[in-house]
Design a protein around this ligand. Structure first.
Ligand code: 13P
Length: 284
């Protein structure tokens, strides 16, 4: 069942669980993640970032994501991650995504506010929700740029939220995209300050490699949407490699199943850590 991210995050905000927001690139990942969500009765978010569209064109893959959400037995929101241009954000809304992110984290605050407000105006026509980001999460979604971590300033977060009515705010608290070079230790002091300063569900990008105990502390302290990308891609690749090495791939459909299984295993693991199992019933 296709749903709006705002409903999911507002409900999660009443308690200590969080929603996994899983980046997808092909049909097998979508099927594996939805299988894990249905088995655990967990709401989830499927997402794709603008930088990934060169591999998975939005006009083709976006409708597949929306159709998969509509057919799922659990609530599934479909989100456009790290939107960089209003043109692609509009395309995501046209194909039926229920939320979009404008990523203005690299822009001066005023410009970020201005572009986010244009995104909000656009999304309103579709009844869609909007996520924004303040501060800089390290790395970049596809690893093409090595952006330095710049932790969110709680004062900037307040100023931003006063000027732009977003539904969710992504924070930078020592998190980074991709595989971490060292075990990350998140700045919970900053997270607590931002949570107290803005009354919004918060988003953690760069979920791959964060320790389970840190995820738990995050969801207990205002993080309600947790983005996972690299861990899924790695899990799919590893599952396929193991299947080949074990002599278990003798034809295309064995490969197809190995991919689904890689995405499924990774989603299952994260759904348990995020404590979103059995929360689907809250939305029926
Ligand atoms: P990872 O690739 O580190 O899991 O980050 C995902 C993400 O934040 C997508 O926006």
């Amino acid at each position: 069942m296709l749903c709006n991210i705002k409903n999911l995050l507002d409900k999660a905000n009443e308690s200590s669980w969080a929603v996994g927001s899983f980046s997808v690139a092909n049909l097998e990942m979508v099927l594996g993640i939805i299988k894990a969500a249905e088995e655990t009765s967990s709401p989830i978010i499927l997402q794709i970032a603008e930088v990934r569209l060169k591999h998975s064109p939005l006009e083709i893959f976006g409708p597949l994501m929306v159709a998969a959400a509509k057919n799922a037995k659990v609530p599934v929101a479909v989100h456009f991650d790290h939107g960089l241009t209003l043109e692609k954000i509009k395309l995501a809304l046209d194909v039926g995504f229920t939320s979009v992110m404008f990523d203005g984290s690299h822009l001066p605050l005023e410009e970020n506010i201005n572009m986010t407000n244009q995104t909000i105006k656009l999304a309103k026509n579709y009844g869609a929700s909007v996520e924004a980001e303040i501060g800089c999460v390290g790395g970049s979604e596809d690893g093409s740029v090595d952006i330095a971590i710049n932790c969110t300033s709680p004062a900037d977060a307040v100023c931003f939220c006063n000027e732009a009515s977003v539904d969710a705010l992504a924070v930078a608290i020592g998190n980074a995209h991709g595989n971490y070079k060292e075990t990350p230790h998140l700045r919970f002091d900053i997270l607590t300050q931002v949570k107290e300063a803005v009354n919004l569900p918060l988003v953690l990008h760069g979920g791959t490699g964060i320790l389970p105990e840190e995820f738990i502390k995050c969801r207990e302290n205002g993080i309600k949407k947790i983005n996972i990308a690299t861990a899924t891609f790695d899990s799919v690749e590893e599952s396929v490699r193991k299947a080949y090495n074990g002599g278990n791939i003798t034809g295309y459909y064995d490969l197809h199943c190995a991919e689904i299984n890689g995405a499924y295993q990774n989603a299952l693991k994260h759904i348990k850590i995020f404590d979103s199992s059995n929360k689907a019933k809250l939305f029926i």
